[in-house]
Design a protein around this ligand. Sequence first.
Ligand code: ZN
Length: 135
Amino acid sequence: MPASRFAIRLLRYAWASPCTALGLCLAAPAFLFGARACIADGVVEVALSAHGRAAWLRALPFTAITFGHAVVGTTARELERLRPHEHEHVRQYERWGPAFLAAYPLESLWQMLRGRRAYFDNRFERQARAKEVHL
Ligand SMILES: [Zn+2]
């Protein structure tokens, strides 16, 4: 990898790092209860459960959620299935940095004020859905 590309990649990690740190802090307690982490394409992916059978997993309002270069998901299988979607959110964090933590909910609010759906019509979600792979 040329030095300039490496430097740009390093800057992207640094720019998104406060969000990555937040995600890892939020996920940290789950490691006491069997959560596992791996790295996929430069992103830390945390699987909260091996099988996803626990009742508390079904109570979560998400299957996977992204903070910077950290993705927290219910299981490794769901993380793999949602990888193209969640990694698009990683790229959004690389562009927006910490401002993404405000930009995303503000975009949802904007959509609601226009009479649209906060999640489904959110432009960041539409971009991420465009990256999904349907088999
Ligand atoms: Zn999404």
